[in-house]
Design a protein. Structure first.
Length: 271
């Protein structure tokens, strides 16, 4: 073991394997892919009674991630891209839970939640926000939210919260080797896009063995590269609001979709 204060530690283990002649070895990219699909922990699976959930969020990636998670459990999911559309759908539909972002165009989450409460709606409304400042949770409760969940979404905690709200139950625990990638796919399609392949993979926390999540991961990496070019131009022009909008976008889908250990790591946003 080698350790450098403030830098980290390196552990090396030597195992007696016997004769390895003819034994195939995984490439670093294949190892990274396997790691993202299986972290050695037991993965809870949830079963929910029939219920409807409305997701109100201006971020398409956020909505898609939540939709995939919830539909995997059999829940019915509808979406709205801003508070005004969210209010219209919430009033016209019978939902069991509403997941409401706070910062949105047209009508923000505070205004939308107050509007629904003023109309007598009792449905649980959970705030989704990247703002983790002290006192913000109480501000959400004062606006009529039933609870508060901070971005980026911690999948395990999120599903536990939904289970409490909707009566979900863990049905089994699964351990074992990760399933093989579907035919026609390759490790590079998941862990690296474009120039990232040469400098190291972006490893996701999402289950890459699931085709739906894998497509979400790949789209996020491609979108991140585009967004970084845009935010760099905004930095050069001194457009602080554009940089803030990028940070808000990144905080939502960024951490669960891809760990920031890639060559496309976002630049410092400090003033």
């Amino acid at each position: 073991m080698e350790s450098r204060p403030g830098k980290g530690s390196t552990f090396k283990i030597t195992l007696k394997t016997g004769d390895l002649q003819g034994v195939p070895f995984l490439s670093p990219e294949e190892v990274a892919t396997a790691a993202q699909r299986f972290d050695g922990k037991e993965q809870a699976r949830w079963q929910f009674p029939k219920a409807r959930v409305l997701i109100v969020d201006d971020g398409a990636e956020n909505r898609e991630l939540l939709r995939l998670l919830l539909r995997e459990t059999g829940l019915t999911v509808d979406e709205a891209e801003n508070g005004q559309v969210g209010v219209e759908k919430a009033v016209s539909g019978a939902y069991d839970v509403i997941l409401m972002d706070v910062n949105m165009p047209v009508m923000d989450g505070f205004a939308a939640t107050r509007t629904l409460r003023q109309q007598g709606m009792k449905t649980p409304i959970i705030a989704l926000t990247a703002d983790a400042m002290k006192g913000f949770e109480q501000e959400c409760l004062n606006a009529g939210y039933s609870g508060y969940f901070s971005k980026p979404i911690d999948i395990d905690r999120f599903m536990e919260m939904m289970a409490k709200l909707l009566g979900g139950q863990p049905v089994e625990k699964e351990t074992g080797l990760p399933p093989a990638l579907p035919a026609g796919s390759s490790p590079d399609s998941v862990v690296a896009v474009g120039e990232a392949a040469a400098a190291g993979p972006i490893v996701s926390k999402l289950p890459g063995s699931n085709e739906k999540f894998r497509h979400l991961i790949v789209r996020f990496v491609a979108r991140l590269k585009e967004q970084l070019q845009t935010v760099e131009q905004a930095r050069l022009r001194g457009q602080v609001e554009e940089i803030a909008a990028f940070a808000h976008w990144l905080k939502g889908p960024g951490e669960p979709s891809a760990l920031m250990n890639s060559p496309h790591r976002p630049p410092s946003l400090k003033p």
